[in-house]
Write a protein that binds this ligand. Structure first.
Ligand code: TUI
Length: 315
């Protein structure tokens, strides 16, 4: 299955791995890229030296294209961008902000720039500023989210820009890929599905929490901080809800949250840490290698497309 995104990024299948803090390591990025998708190193809140190490390790583990996702709220962002230029990373995705000021230097260096957006306005603005494609992420996604759902967001962004659109938020199987293509997207990005892979370095209890999740297991916390985050409900999200009700200060809340994603992903503290995951968690019931995740999705999608064509041809 080839789309405009495969040509743009020189990849086999139109499947991109979300660039997740702590979990988008060289292991996961190289596994997804070796399987024909696009693997991403998640810079998250990592230091410039830490990001450089992940880039070098990924280069050693794959000859295929890969990228780096920059979380723009990180104080290290300017220096992480310098590392990306020095290491000649050729694909850069961004999240949690507007990458506008960084686009010219990245493009001069030959990189493709693909921002994650959650609104039509930002998609339009970034197309004008030179973005090569956008990832349109609906509020079903895990982690920091916007407030529009994937179903209405994708076609509105597709209609608003001429660059390719990649759909994100709620995708984990072939049915979702076909739906994204039907809405006019050229591919999908998945985070939660790739957390439950053999190659993802997440603590086993973090993966297990996703496998046990049902449709209504996620909640959004932190609306009052201006940074809404979707996580699996646990002791920590309950405490956060209480704090929001009793009017705890933002400073106190930030201290409470400090290191919470690391605690969950790395130490397996799935009750007292932040288990960021999307609404599709309820559909993820196994841990398998990245190449099988991708093959299964492409096989299922091609079968659905063939059957749809047959069904409607026969009527
Ligand atoms: O960035 C993500 N997902 C993330 S980042 C993250 S780290 C974090 N941890 C705690 C609190 C906040 C962040 C965890 N998950 N996804 C991409 C994404 N970007 N989703 C939504 C956006 C977005 C939202 C608003 C992008 C731009 C934007 O507006 C910026 C502007 O200037 O208009």
């Amino acid at each position: 299955m080839k789309t405009a995104i495969c040509q743009l990024l020189n990849i086999e299948s139109p499947i991109i791995q979300g660039g997740m803090a702590w979990l988008g390591t060289a292991e996961l990025a190289s596994a997804v890229s070796n399987a024909g998708g696009l693997g991403l190193i998640g810079a998250g809140g990592d230091t410039p030296d830490g990001v450089r190490e992940q880039i070098r390790r990924t280069k050693a583990m794959t000859d295929k294209p890969f990228g780096v996702n920059v979380m723009l709220m990180s104080p290290y962002t300017p220096d992480v961008m310098k590392v990306i230029l020095e290491e000649n990373v050729l694909i850069v995705t961004t999240g949690a902000g507007s990458p506008g000021p960084y686009i010219p230097s990245l493009k001069e260096n030959g990189a493709k720039v693909i921002p994650v957006v959650a609104s039509v306005a930002l998609a339009r603005r970034l197309e004008r500023m030179g973005a090569d494609a956008v990832i349109a992420e609906g509020g079903e996604a895990g982690g920091h989210v916007g407030d529009i759902s994937t179903m209405p967001l994708i076609p509105q962004i597709v209609d608003a820009v001429t660059i390719p659109v990649i759909a994100a938020g709620g995708f984990a199987d072939g049915r979702g890929l076909v739906a994204a293509l039907a809405l006019g997207a050229q591919g999908i990005q998945m985070g939660t599905r790739f957390v439950c892979s053999d190659e993802c370095v997440a603590h086993p209890d973090f993966k297990q929490k996703i496998i046990e999740a049902r449709d209504r297991s996620t909640v959004i916390t932190g609306r009052e901080t201006g940074h809404p985050v979707r996580c699996l409900a646990n002791k920590m999200t309950k405490q956060l809800e209480e704090m929001a009700k009793t009017g705890m200060s933002l400073e106190e809340m930030e201290i409470f949250l400090g290191g919470s994603l690391r605690k969950a992903t790395m130490d397996g503290e799935v009750e007292n840490g932040s288990v960021m995951a999307g609404q599709i968690s309820g559909m993820i019931n196994d841990i398998k290698p990245c190449n099988q995740i991708i093959t299964d999705i492409i096989t299922e999608a091609e079968k659905i497309i063939a059957n749809l064509a047959l069904d409607f041809a026969s009527n």
